[in-house]
Design a protein around this ligand. Sequence first.
Ligand code: HEC
Ligand code: HEC
Ligand code: HEC
Length: 151
Amino acid sequence: MLSSRSAIAWVVVIAALILLRVAVPAGTEEPDPATSRVPLPEISRGQGEFCVEDTDFMRRNHMNLLMHQRDETVQQGIRESKHSLKECISCHAIPGPDSIALTVASPKHFCRSCHDYAAVKIDCFDCHASRPPPGDVPDGHGEALVGASTE
Ligand code: HEC
Ligand code: HEC
Ligand code: HEC
């Protein structure tokens, strides 16, 4: 026999599960990691309000933009662009516990937060800094981030 207390607890759990199914019909909405029944990545939210392109486009195509930008820079010397890796890193910087931007050594680093989940491995940060140099973060967001940028 269940005690009445644990019977109530079960009713609450079952009701919550039913509500979740009703609230998140499959395929109709953006899945929310907090309510989804399948594990989803918790993608870190960086600085700034908008990405350099539409967010959904960025999810699918950021690698192509980066590769294209790299070729333009390395082969043609074109540096100023909104698709620069440096800009991604500075706008997507995540402040660590000590207010210093996290490097890719942290699983919360923006790029890793998603790549770990998707089992994607990139070597870009062998050479490129994974956090912005001190002061090089978007206006109004710099105060919280003091970064030495050798990693
Ligand atoms: C000026 C700030 C800024 C810059 C520069 C920037 N982003 Fe973003 N990015 C954002 C913001 C803000 C979002 C979330 C937008 C939203 O929630 O709709 C985002 C979203 C994304 C997403 C989707 C994340 C998700 O939650 O699914 C990816 C991938 C991404 N950015 C990659 C990049 C890459 C790669 C670069 C460099 C080429 C870059 N971003 C440059 C601000 C920026
Ligand atoms: C062996 C070292 C090395 C690796 C690994 C590497 N890069 Fe680079 N990358 C460079 C150098 C050097 C430049 C030229 C920097 C300059 O001229 O400003 C560059 C330039 C770039 C640029 C243009 C400058 C900028 O900040 O936007 C992009 C974009 C870029 N790389 C993306 C990538 C991506 C994405 C990866 C991983 C897939 C990667 N790189 C891996 C060395 C490397
Ligand atoms: C919203 C999730 C997400 C975020 C955030 C994200 N990526 Fe990716 N990235 C992916 C996925 C998924 C792939 C694999 C795509 C494929 O294989 O078609 C990928 C692939 C790549 C590749 C190509 C790797 C290869 O070997 O083909 C590069 C380069 C890359 N991402 C760079 C970055 C950088 C730099 C950041 C942070 C500024 C970042 N990504 C943030 C999901 C993400």
